[in-house]
Design a protein around this ligand. Structure first.
Ligand SMILES: *Cc1c(COP(=O)(O)O)cnc(C)c1O
Ligand SMILES: [Zn+2]
Length: 484
């Protein structure tokens, strides 16, 4: 058995395989969509079954021991190396502190409110403050291995983004440096100032497109098909692999016991929920977990194509139709034509085949519920972004619909840090959220700074008088009783 601190000796055989026509392609090339049919790819380790030589318990012990490793390439998402991209060499692996994000139990008041125990897994505590770092760590490590093998002297990495993909892509590209260069395409005015500052700060070339994410995605797809660029959207299946680490970490945190666990994931381009399902299926296949958790996707009523698809009860009558999105506070998930939809369908089918009916579901929530949930979560000591709020709103909705029971435990993906989306909070508090979001601020949830005295009042006072006057103003405002 490999010592926990050693880099694993196992190497798999990875291939792209097309979900449209089943074609298989060698991973020595960069592929995003199938040259034969245009379908999306997944990555398949054709040597995966060799991993069954070890029991599920042995794998648990290996991953548990590795949790304390000081071998840098195994400290992040590659703790689960054999399950993810077991063709990388240690020198290829980029580690910027991604993964291993904390699972924070809901505050007692919040659990009472939901009527069910739950926790947030804070993926906003990744280096660029969203879960996208998991996928980027894997995609960039693979890119680095290709650069090493082919001796490429320039690689232009491009992505379209609702904000967080570009932040992560620019961060990893700037860390690796030459020969990688980062270009990001953003929908003009549709990312938060914090998100925009990230690729700018990392030195990426930031290009803005008038329109929404779906427009940027079409441009980037055209580029990837016609020019020599490395595409870093979740169409790139290496990103999906890296994001599987979220599922592995959840399972490990709960002692590999997924009985009565329900995972809530916001759906935008549907890469993340694909990865979460794929990850749990791998663990199950190797007997590392003995049952699957249930997975709930969450979508806003302003961007809900996946919800609409699954809301048709009879699978044979389901037809996927893209929707035109409306403004959403869950802006990172405001996508009408999710690229990974075929992947969702692929894994959802496997989930239901093993876990039975209800193993995979999608719930729809309102913009109002998303915004209120984000603020309620953060008023209880959490650091949820609007998409984290969307997950909480999804949990409340699932409770309402009676599709989740109090004996279950929910794990909500807080996909980014609250600070990235604080602009929505500001607009909610100041009543300036544009009407098209359809959100009415609840005065009881709003908050605003109060100025104790104006500048002129301050200037009229000597410094010691000012301190005294300010302290008195505070005491008056708070109704403080003097010490007797
Ligand atoms: C990208 C993103 C999402 C949506 O994830 P998909 O993989 O596109 O479904 C949700 N929340 C945040 C914060 C994101 O950055
Ligand atoms: Zn194909």
């Amino acid at each position: 058995m490999t010592a926990a601190h050693d880099f694993p000796a196992y190497r798999g055989q990875m291939e792209y395989f097309c979900l449209g026509c089943g074609s298989r392609y060698n991973v020595d090339e960069l592929h995003y969509t199938c040259p034969d049919c245009g379908g999306v790819f997944l990555l398949d380790n054709t040597d995966f079954d060799a991993l069954s030589a070890r029991s599920g318990k042995e794998w648990q012990d290996i991953f548990d021991a590795r949790a304390a490793t000081r071998t840098t390439p195994l400290r992040g998402i590659f703790r689960f190396y054999e399950l993810m991209a077991p063709l990388l060499e240690p020198e290829d692996i980029i580690y910027l502190g991604e993964g291993n994000t904390p699972v924070i139990e809901a505050s007692p008041a919040m659990s009472d409110m939901a009527g069910i125990p739950f926790a947030f897994k804070n993926d906003g505590q990744n280096p660029s403050a969203s879960f996208k770092d998991r996928g980027m760590a894997c995609a960039f490590s693979f890119l680095k291995s290709l650069v090493r093998k082919h001796g490429w002297d320039e690689v232009l990495t491009v992505c379209a983004s609702t904000g967080d993909t570009s932040a992560a892509a620019a961060l990893y590209a700037s860390y690796v440096g030459a020969p990688l260069k980062s270009v990001v395409l953003l929908p003009h005015g549709k990312v938060t100032p914090q998100q925009l500052s990230q690729p700018l700060g990392s030195g990426a070339t930031v290009l803005e497109v008038p329109g929404v994410f779906d427009d940027c995605m079409k441009v980037v797809e055209h580029l990837a098909e016609n020019y020599r660029v490395a595409l870093l959207n979740s169409k790139n299946s290496w990103r999906i692999l890296g994001q599987e680490s979220y599922a592995f970490e959840v399972a490990q945190w709960y002692g590999w016991d997924m009985q009565n666990k329900c995972i809530f994931v916001p759906i935008g381009n549907a890469g993340n929920i694909t990865a979460v399902m794929s990850g749990f299926l791998k663990l199950h296949r190797l007997g590392i977990i003995s049952c699957l958790p249930r997975v709930f996707g969450v979508q806003s009523h302003h961007a809900d194509p996946v919800y609409r698809y699954y809301s048709v009860q009879d699978p044979a009558s389901r037809v996927f139709t893209p929707v035109t999105v409306q403004p959403s506070v869950a802006q990172a998930a405001m996508i009408g034509n999710p690229v990974s939809f075929p992947r969702v369908r692929h894994f959802a089918g496997q989930f239901e085949a093993i876990g039975g009916q209800g193993a995979f579901q999608v719930v729809q929530v309102t913009e109002q519920a998303i915004m209120d949930a984000m603020i309620i979560a953060n008023r209880h000591g959490h650091i949820a972004c609007t998409q984290g709020g969307e997950c909480l709103a999804g949990l409340m909705r699932a409770r309402e619909l009676g599709i989740i029971a109090p004996h279950e435990t929910a794990v909500l993906d807080a996909t980014a840090h609250a600070l990235k989306f604080s602009g929505f909070q500001d607009m909610y508090f100041s009543g300036t959220l544009p009407a098209e979001y359809g959100v009415t601020p609840d005065a009881g949830l709003s908050n605003a700074p109060e100025l104790l005295m104006d500048e002129a009042a301050r200037n009229a006072l000597a410094p010691e008088e000012f301190t005294l006057a300010a302290a008195r103003a505070v005491a008056g405002r708070l109704g403080l009783a003097p010490k007797s």
